[in-house]
Design a protein around this ligand. Structure first.
Ligand code: NAD
Ligand code: DAU
Length: 352
């Protein structure tokens, strides 16, 4: 089996669902269930014996060591993290604890387990670390897109904590020989995205008649990738990535934030027109900028394309339409996330 950490979050849950849709290999899912962890994302697997869920912290060395000894995974995929930049600005402590200390403890436990394996499973073992393009810092309009050899120049407490975790992963490979792989991906969007991030926040606020808060001038640029394309990239890197290598993952899809917000509004105008005939765009409200806001991210994903033959299968037009349709089709998920009722769902369905 494989061990996935953070598998109840946005990308982790999409990954677990896609994995088990394509493979019979079971998943051990270790997630602390912070505010961002939602087992309702995995409702489709509630009675599936191929999914073993354990509530716990990647920083709990004893728990992790016990799970590794018991389940003997052939790979560990580390999605678990505090992931929201605005929260990291308000309170960096949790980011350091999970993203830095937690990753270090996970690496230590995995190293001891890996060293205890027989020759063949030891040679086949992989530790895949899921990271972000934010570690590379901010680009000007004319800078070339990030490549894997760029310096790490993180600017927010979140990206600094992720950069630290990337360095730890690198060090555990160079010092101890742990067979690691790192992926650095751009902004994801799609189903189960917590409505604190730009795209889901705009969808749920628009539908609720609330303001659509655009930071600063709205001209910051991000590269957007449909979450299922990120999941297929991770599967491909796990399968064929060269040990010790970094792979940038992106959608070749740079867009200013305001264009994203306009696109979401236009799709909602088409799919769920307002009774008074006005556009959702009238709800756009420019607000104070995020402190230290990175101006532009862009990913050069040619290495993963050239070496591993991976390419995204969604364009932004197809992916964003699917995303808006998913939110319109899942009002209960949105309501539970907003009210906090998703936490009760966990107790009812998983006896935790
Ligand atoms: P998320 O915040 O939606 O989910 C994180 C999950 O990790 C949650 O289920 C949470 O309960 C769990 N978690 C947090 N702390 C934990 C701990 N100490 N032990 C165990 N579980 C813990 O995040 P996401 O958007 O799904 O991101 C997943 C990973 O991908 C993160 O490492 C993030 O840095 C990276 N990433 C995200 C994006 C993006 O656009 N969302 C892009 C590139 C990389
Ligand atoms: O680049 C990958 C990263 O993308 C991941 O590592 C992070 O985990 C993920 O949260 C995301 O970080 P961003 O800061 O880019 O995502 P966010 O959705 O918070 O913001 C996207 C852009 O939209 C950013 O420029 C800030 C802006 N924004 C965001 C929110 C929530 C707004 O203008 N208004 C908002 O209300």
């Amino acid at each position: 089996m494989i061990l996935v950490t953070g598998g109840a979050g946005f990308i982790g849950a999409n990954f677990v669902l896609d994995w088990l849709a394509q493979s019979q290999e079971p998943v051990l899912n270790l997630d602390k269930l912070t505010y961002a962890g939602n087992l309702e994302n995995l409702a489709a697997l509630a009675n599936d014996p191929r999914h073993v869920f354990v509530q716990g912290d990647i920083g709990d060395a004893e728990l992790v060591a016990g799970l590794l000894a018991q389940y003997q995974p052939r790979a560990v995929l580390n999605f678990a993290a505090e992931s929201h930049v605005d929260r990291s600005i308000q309170g960096p402590e949790d980011f350091i604890q999970t993203n830095v200390v937690g990753t270090m403890r996970l690496l230590q436990a995995v190293r001891h387990y890996w060293q205890s394996l027989a020759q063949e499973p030891q040679a086949a073992f992989r530790f895949l670390h899921v990271s972000t393009d934010e570690v590379y810092g901010s680009l000007s309009k004319t800078d070339p897109a990030f490549v894997e050899t760029n310096k790490l120049e993180p600017n927010s407490p979140y990206s600094a904590s992720k950069a630290a975790s990337d360095h730890l992963v690198r060090a555990w490979h160079h010092t101890y020989g742990l067979p690691v792989l790192t992926t650095n991906c751009s902004n994801n969007y799609g189903p189960f995205h917590f409505p604190e991030k730009l795209i889901p926040l705009m969808i749920v606020n628009a539908l609720a008649g609330k303001p659509l808060p655009v930071y600063g001038d709205g001209l910051q640029v991000r590269d957007w990738l449909y979450v299922k394309d990120h999941c297929s990239a991770i599967r491909r890197v796990l399968e064929a990535g060269r040990v010790g290598e970094i792979y940038n993952v992106g959608g070749w899809n740079e867009k200013p934030n305001i264009e994203i917000v306009h696109t979401v509004c236009a799709l909602l105008d088409e799919l769920r027109p307002k009774p008074d005939g006005s556009s959702y765009q009238t709800q756009i409200s420019y607000v104070q900028d995020r402190p230290g806001h990175d101006r532009r991210y862009a990913i050069d994903a040619s290495k993963i394309e050239r070496e591993l033959g991976w390419k995204p299968s969604e364009t932004f037009d197809t992916g964003i339409r699917k995303t808006v349709q998913w939110y319109l089709a899942h009002p209960d998920w949105v309501a539970h996330v907003q009210s906090g009722a998703y936490r009760e769902w966990v107790q009812k369905n998983y006896q935790l």
